[in-house]
Design a protein around this ligand. Structure first.
Ligand SMILES: *Cc1c(COP(=O)(O)O)cnc(C)c1O
Length: 340
């Protein structure tokens, strides 16, 4: 089975399982799990931040970030496809009592000018207090688009001017780092907090890390407890994350190459109307006839290939470390044989 629905479907490698089995553990709610502590320090240091917090999911790291940066009644700025808004069960509203205002965007990326335009005048008592800006890098609904660091710095400047906090949903930040040849530290600098997923393309079974200042992460630790995310001997899971950070970052370039190959084949198929430019490991295509999506997915499934519906007539394929060159070739053949 070739599973291209998501990069969350990866299974831990034998080496990762060995690292997990050998992990030193302790009670992490007491701060006594040495492997968790090491992972938190390692990831924070990579991004040039003081502290990190290991959480069960990227949803939790994002939701904790929203919670520590806002008060009920505040407003969060993001784009309409943002994971924090669209795919986290209404958490921004339910967990933190915030409203959301959408920014116009290009494949998930907006500008400093858009933030200035959306900012609510704090002197006007009718309006919610604009408080937080969320950047998703890479952008999932944007087809894996990565951000331009210079625009992020322009956004940082506007946030400073308007008193806003800047959070990055960096579920796939390592894909952006590898694709752009930048460093994690360069991406850490403009943000108050960053959420980093270990369970996407990095291939760990569980876990995300929130990084930021000591003070913010101290606050975040209490909110993690409140949200039920305080875990005990989870060095076993943190060991998988450490292994992923040590061994599965550079190889993301292979996923990107595979995604480009899929994109190139899709763009030549007569039944495909459009392929979103492939920047990283996500390939989003739109069919001429939306009613052909289900038959296409069924055709792929009959070839032991799974892809995901991503909107009317839209299909998402995501490459990851459990998809090798032979699997890409088989997928390209199956795509070509639809209506063939
Ligand atoms: C996967 C993902 C998350 C976190 O999802 P979890 O399944 O809760 O770990 C956050 N943001 C984006 C953009 C994602 O793709």
């Amino acid at each position: 089975m070739i599973d291209l629905r998501s990069d969350t479907v990866t299974r831990p490698t034998a080496a990762m399982r060995a690292a997990m089995a050998a992990a030193e553990v302790g009670d992490d709610v007491f701060g006594e799990d040495p492997t968790v502590n090491l992972l938190e320090e390692r990831v924070a240091a990579l991004f040039g931040k003081e502290a990190g917090l290991f959480c069960p999911s990227g949803t939790m790291t994002n939701q904790i970030a929203v919670n520590i940066h806002t008060r009920p009644g505040d407003e969060v700025l993001c784009e309409e496809g943002a994971h924090i808004y669209r795919y986290e069960g209404g958490g921004v509203m339910a967990n933190s009592g915030c409203s959301v205002k959408f920014l116009t965007h290009d494949r998930g990326r907006f500008t400093a000018a858009a933030i200035r335009g959306a900012f609510s005048d704090p002197m006007n008592p009718h309006l919610a207090r604009t408080r937080l800006v969320n950047i998703e890098n890479t952008s999932n609904r944007g087809g894996g688009a990565f951000w331009d660091l210079e625009e992020v710095w322009r956004i940082r400047a506007v946030c400073d001017e308007l008193g806003l906090t800047l959070h990055m949903d960096g579920a796939r930040i390592f894909n952006a780092i590898v694709a752009t040849g930048t460093t994690a530290e360069a991406w850490g600098a403009p943000f108050e907090t960053i959420s980093i997923c270990l369970s996407k393309g990095l291939g760990a079974p569980v876990g995300s890390v929130l990084v930021g200042s000591k003070e913010r992460i101290h606050h975040a630790r209490r909110i993690r407890k409140r949200f039920g995310g305080g875990m005990r001997q989870v060095g076993i899971l943190a060991a998988a994350g450490l292994h992923a950070v040590d061994h599965h970052v550079e190889r993301l370039a292979v996923d990107h190459k595979h995604a480009r190959e899929l994109g190139a084949v899709l763009s030549r198929l007569p039944y495909v109307a459009q392929v979103v430019p492939v920047d990283t490991n996500i390939v989003v295509s739109t069919l001429h006839d939306p009613t052909e999506l289900d038959p296409l997915l069924t055709h792929l499934a009959s070839n032991d290939i799974r892809a995901m519906a991503f909107g009317p007539g839209m299909m998402r394929m995501v490459t990851h470390l459990d998809v090798d060159a032979a699997a890409i070739e088989r997928t390209c053949d199956a795509l070509a044989s639809f209506h063939g």
